[in-house]
Design a binder for this molecule. Structure first.
Ligand SMILES: Nc1nc2c(c(=O)[nH]1)N[C@H]1C(S)=C(S)[C@@H](COP(=O)(O)OP(=O)(O)OC[C@H]3O[C@@H](n4cnc5c(=O)[nH]c(N)nc54)[C@H](O)[C@@H]3O)O[C@H]1N2
Ligand SMILES: Nc1nc2c(c(=O)[nH]1)N[C@H]1C(S)=C(S)[C@@H](COP(=O)(O)OP(=O)(O)OC[C@H]3O[C@@H](n4cnc5c(=O)[nH]c(N)nc54)[C@H](O)[C@@H]3O)O[C@H]1N2
Ligand code: SF4
Ligand SMILES: [Mo]
Length: 691
């Protein structure tokens, strides 16, 4: 029997799992005992990691839509040639930028890098990731405040805190192993800020029932109170930050007088929270999508960072302004996908870096992209307007997950050629594509991924690939070759070769990993970046900024702020309710293509789309549990759901899990102006009972 340690490729914690394999069959899966993230525990998804392509198979060979609209099996070489010809033809006829991709935070880092080499470098075009739907807000917030996209914490900080403040996050459902570690910390006060009484709020010491999108006002008011009471760390502010005086002036207008009206949180609660922060010795703030997915997400994330900076709660054990990542390799995509920065995170405009990286890649500097990609929403808009003709979707399911998702359908219909690369042949996006490139799931391939606390770990091939089964990496190589990249693929032949190259690209960058050999990531405790050449690994869990030095030019963290902006989705007479959405249960993953394979979780979640509605509101409309509700948003889009009656949502709010395609029929085409992340969490609606 072989024993192999690998990384769970569901959520951003990236727990490690140990597989026992006999004759190419998995006989046992166990959470890895010694791994610092999950320490011998895992959630139901990790335990079912072997259930990929078991009940729902994928064809080994590609499927191409024929003239009659039927999907027909073709050989791999034919698929590569067909796709490459379409790309070349489109670029010749309509220009370089008529081809684009949308990828993911769930591929291996080496695959993300190769994809970007093909499209961003060689084809000189655009491609964005679904990390735009998820982490881009935190990325921009980090870059502007810290000088680099650098989550400062280690997960151990949750255990070392005496005050844990969770904002717009529901880790009991979304990051269960992290929540397990929070719970291990028996003495810390745990406070949750969420418009719903979530599973996490139910288990915390305190729940602040905030109005949807009241966060920025609340956080600025809190800052103002802390300043007025002199509950700030002046020494830290003076030594390690800049722009505080301007910030202090800015928050003066956020007073306790109207805080309750604007945020739903009373004066007294705000004062209490300020006191709790002041009295805490080790305060940590944790946030996810309730903050990121907003029309003012970047400023909200920065308002959290500002609180940590002004109270000196960063760079010490148990502290931090800590953004949790969503997908297993969101961090890999942020640093190595060549979408918004060069490999390793350097700026496109920095000539010295361009030359350094081009040399490592063995190519001419002029081949590197000159500017960040156009963002996801523009890619979709340009498909609809006819500017993009060939769209390539990898490891994501936008027909379901994109905001206002019928726009994706429109985009798919508008383009000449839609290619989807997935491990299933029946996802909502695959059903409307022209070419399906079937890839093997992660248990049949290898690479590395980077988790929420910057920890790199190895994904190991657990099962052998059968005839005609290709990994994403091999598919990418096939396409690159069919495009005629030739010697431009010489440095990209194997994931290991790519790892070595990416590693060199990070030299001198904040995410410097020149000291990491791939072997150090295998059957190990993983390694957090940075880890420079010559460094010795003394501790398994390391945080950033312990010396108070940030990655900005002058080494200081920056207070960034702006006035609260107008919410286009304030309840009105005609659309009096707010429609919120997010994760449903631990056993459901996004668009459910993978988790539908788990018998255990399938048995416990509802099959049909449902919405949580408050008892009083249900009564008002004479809606009983299980009855159908038609929800219509202020943009005229409608969707039907089964009613789940609960007091965990406010009287004027509704909550729908994202795991059903109906939910994103209602979400708005509104984005944060800096991160371009969709404002998924808030749209005003009206409801009616379906009789
Ligand atoms: N089981 C499971 N786990 C997952 C995933 C999954 O699909 N299933 N997906 C993974 C991914 S990619 C991600 S990004 C993470 C997401 O992890 P989370 O962000 O924790 O999950 P969500 O349920 O999307 O949203 C969190 C909370 O934000 C709240 N919220 C909405 N609007 C506001 C607001 O205005 N203010 C505040 N303060 N809160 C608000 C919602 O009510 C919700 O409870 O989960 C990861 N883990
Ligand atoms: N309303 C609302 N919508 C949301 C959100 C929300 O909170 N509210 N959250 C957003 C967020 S944070 C996220 S991250 C997105 C997630 O949205 P998606 O990325 O669309 O969701 P997934 O179901 O994870 O899609 C991954 C796809 O890749 C396939 N796949 C799995 N493994 C592999 C592989 O190894 N190779 C290949 N080629 N394919 C593979 C799966 O079968 C699946 O079709 O949803 C976003 N949508
Ligand atoms: S908590 Fe996340 S990484 Fe850990 S087993 Fe569950 S899904 Fe996988
Ligand atoms: Mo996400």
């Amino acid at each position: 029997m072989e024993i192999k340690q690998t990384t769970c490729n569901f959520c951003g914690l990236a727990c490690n799992m140990t597989f026992y394999v006999e004759d190419n069959k998995i006989v046992k899966v166990m959470p890895t005992e010694h791994y610092p993230v999950n320490k011998g525990f895992s959630c139901i998804k990790g335990l079912n990691l072997d259930k990929q392509n078991t009940k729902y198979k994928r064809p080994s060979l590609p499927l191409l839509r024929d003239k009659n609209g039927e999907m027909k099996e073709i050989q791999w070489n034919e698929a590569f040639k067909t796709f490459a010809d379409k790309i070349k033809e489109s670029q010749e006829k309509y220009g370089k930028e008529s081809v684009a991709f949308i990828s993911t935070g769930q591929l291996m880092t080496e695959e993300m890098a190769l994809l970007a080499h093909i499209v961003r470098d060689y084809l000189q075009s655009n491609g964005d990731g679904n990390t735009r739907l998820c982490m881009s807000t935190a990325v921009v917030a980090h870059k502007q405040a810290f000088g680099f996209d650098s989550p400062p914490y280690t997960l151990n900080d949750a255990e070392l805190s005496d005050t844990i403040i969770i904002i717009g996050a529901n880790p009991v459902v979304a990051h269960p192993i992290f929540w397990g570690r929070v719970k291990e910390n028996k003495t810390a006060k745990k406070i949750v800020i969420d418009p719903r009484r979530t599973e996490t709020a139910l288990n915390a010491d305190e729940w602040l029932n905030i109005k949807s999108k009241g966060d920025l006002t609340l956080l600025y008011t809190l800052a103002n109170v802390l300043i007025e009471k002199d509950w700030i760390n002046k020494e830290y502010i003076d030594k390690y930050t800049e722009n505080f005086d301007e910030f202090k002036k800015h928050v003066q207008k956020y007073t306790l007088d109207d805080v309750e009206e604007k945020t739903g949180i009373s004066k007294l609660q705000v004062l209490d929270l300020a006191r709790t922060i002041h009295e805490g010795k080790r305060v940590s703030f944790w946030w996810t999508m309730g903050v990121n997915q907003s029309y003012e997400g970047v400023r909200t994330a920065q308002a959290i960072i500002n609180l940590a900076l002004m109270t000196g709660n960063i760079g010490r054990p148990g502290t931090g302004a800590n953004s949790l990542t969503g997908q297993c390799n969101a961090m890999g995509s942020r640093a190595f996908s060549n979408q918004t920065g060069l490999y390793g995170g350097a700026d496109y405009a920095d000539m010295a870096q361009r030359e350094r990286i081009a040399k490592i890649m063995g190519m001419d500097e002029s081949m590197l992209p000159k500017k960040p990609t156009i963002p996801y929403n523009e890619i979709i808009e340009k498909c609809i307007s006819g500017d993009i003709k060939v769209l390539w979707i990898l490891c994501t399911n936008p027909r379901h997950s994109w905001t206002n998702n019928e726009q994706f359908k429109k985009a798919a219909e508008a383009v000449d050629f839609l290619v989807v690369q997935d491990i299933y042949d029946d996802t909502d996006s695959v059903q409307i594509c022209d070419l399906l490139l079937p890839a093997v799931p992660a248990i049949k391939k290898e690479g590395f991924i980077i988790n929420t606390e910057r920890r790199m770990s190895a994904v190991k091939q657990i099962l052998k690939r059968e005839e005609n089964e290709l990994s994403d990496f091999e598919i990418l190589l096939g396409i690159g070759e069919a495009l005629g990249m030739g010697s431009q693929l010489d440095n990209w032949r194997t994931p290991r070769q790519v790892f070595e190259m990416l590693k060199q690209c990070t030299e001198g960058m904040p995410c410097d990993i020149t000291g990491v050999d791939f072997e150090m990531l295998e059957s190990s405790k993983g390694i957090q970046w940075p880890f420079k050449k010559g460094e010795k690994l003394v501790e398994d869990e390391r945080r950033l900024f312990e010396d108070g030095k940030y990655f900005t030019k002058n080494g200081k963290a920056k207070f960034v702020f702006e006035d609260v902006s107008k919410n286009e989705n304030e309840p009105s007479e005609e659309f009096p309710y707010v429609f919120n959405s997010g994760r449903g249960t631990v056993g459901q993953w996004h668009t459910q293509t993978r988790t539908r394979e788990f018998d255990v979780s399938r048995a416990i979640y509802p099959k049909q789309s449902y919405v949580e509605i408050n008892t009083k509101l249900a009564k008002k409309f004479d809606i009983k549990s299980g009855e159908r509700i038609l929800i219509t948003n202020q943009y005229g889009k409608s969707s039907a759901f089964n009613a789940v009656i609960t007091d965990n949502v406010k009287e004027y709010e509704l909550y729908a899990p994202i795991h059903y395609i109906e939910t994103n029929a209602l979400t708005p085409s509104i984005y944060d102006p800096y991160s371009k992340e969709p404002s998924y969490k808030t749209v005003t609606v009206k409801i009616e009972k379906i009789n």
